[in-house]
Ligand binder design. Structure first.
Ligand code: PLP
Length: 349
């Protein structure tokens, strides 16, 4: 194996970037029964929660000498992680090749094409109904190309967990005080693994609710086509096993989209699909578990903004199509009608 030494100039540069970062704000949302606080992760420099893991993974890899001048970073992402890596790699002068799929928002794709010399788009759905396995297979092909490449592997990299343990959860605990319930959307599991561990260390009574989307296989549900990026997965990510999860809320995609509109109408919060899933999850969870006595403090992370979803979630035609598809998918299997002569006789126009 070639012995590599960490590059001092890169270490210094990444340290300067980290020193310039501030935390994200925490906002109270008025509610009849709950003290809800939203940590606005979309206030990170690249507009999402993925800033945390992207910079920390790069920083740690640079520190270990796994990223050197001339190394190409290659990663699979449905959008936000790629955007964050693209930004920090550009700041650090490191080439980055994102592997994306058709669920990636058009705005994100355009942004990536402007920031990265090369963008790889896969087109085939995998056996789980998503694109993840296809994207990961493409990453392996790119890693085998000549030259030195680094794969952050956000689905299994413990530095992703550490980033959320250290920074996201560190800030949340400092700013929110005691938390009774924590709702976190899950895709790679890095966020929930890091945040749940730190929050439970400080507030052991806190109930951690993982929010996932119908069609995702993370918590054992059947796979089906999914359209909203940033939440759910067609594999069970290794980082999820590190998370301390008490409950799981599965949210249909149309409910996630409707909840985005509710968040906007009620609080002016213009958020992306995973945040809508979480808000819908909070509603369904507390509809079944009505709080009695003291108002519980409920914290959640608003992972990204709504701007990248104007053609989908915030587009009435797209929403109507989604509702129609969901209604069709949940309808009982079609049987030809009339089946008997009696059916014909009782038929009223
Ligand atoms: C918008 C958004 N929300 C939530 C998540 C889930 O975070 P994690 O991958 O750490 O589970 C992601 C991940 O890509 C995301 O992009």
């Amino acid at each position: 194996m070639v012995q590599r030494h960490a590059d001092k100039a890169l270490i210094e540069r990444v340290g300067q970037i980290r020193a310039g970062l501030a935390g994200t704000p925490l906002f109270p949302l008025a509610d009849d029964a709950l003290d809800i606080v939203a940590k606005l992760e979309f206030c990170n420099p690249t507009g999402s929660t993925k800033d945390r893991s992207a910079l920390w993974i790069l920083e740690r890899a640079i520190g270990r000498g796994e990223i050197l001048p001339g190394t190409t970073v290659v990663e699979s992402s449905s959008g936000n992680f790629a955007l964050a890596l693209a930004f920090y790699c550009r700041l650090l002068g490191i080439p980055f090749v994102p592997v994306i799929d058709p669920n990636c928002n058009k705005a994100t794709e355009d942004h990536l094409r402007k920031l990265c010399g090369r963008v790889e788009m896969v087109s085939e759905r995998d056996t789980g109904g998503g694109y993840l396995k296809t994207r990961l297979a493409r990453v392996q092909e790119l890693l085998a190309e000549p030259g030195h490449a680094y794969w952050p592997n956000q689905y299994a990299n413990p530095d992703a967990l550490d980033a959320h343990y250290l920074f996201t959860a560190g800030e949340l605990i400092k700013d929110a005080g005691a938390i009774d319930y924590l709702f976190v959307g899950v895709s790679t599991g890095g966020t929930i693994a890091g945040v749940s561990r730190r929050v439970k260390e400080v507030f052991p009574h806190c109930t951690v609710v993982a929010v996932d989307t119908e069609g995702s296989v993370i918590f054992g549900g059947p796979p089906k086509k999914r359209r909203i990026p940033g939440i759910g997965s067609s594999i069970v990510p290794p980082l999820c096993r590190e998370a301390l999860i008490d409950e799981v809320e599965m949210v249909p995609e149309f409910r996630a989209a409707e909840a985005c509109h509710e968040l906007f109408a009620r609080y002016g919060l213009f958020a992306g699909g995973s945040t809508g899933s979480i808000y819908a999850g909070i509603q369904s969870y507390f509809a079944r578990n009505r709080p009695v006595g003291r108002r519980p403090t409920v914290a959640f992370l608003a992972a990204d903004r709504g701007h990248a979803y104007t053609q989908t979630i915030y587009n009435p035609e797209w929403l109507q199509e989604l509702r129609a598809e969901e209604a069709f998918a949940s309808a009982p299997a079609w049987t030809p009608w009339p089946q008997t002569e009696g059916d014909l006789l009782t038929c009223t126009p």
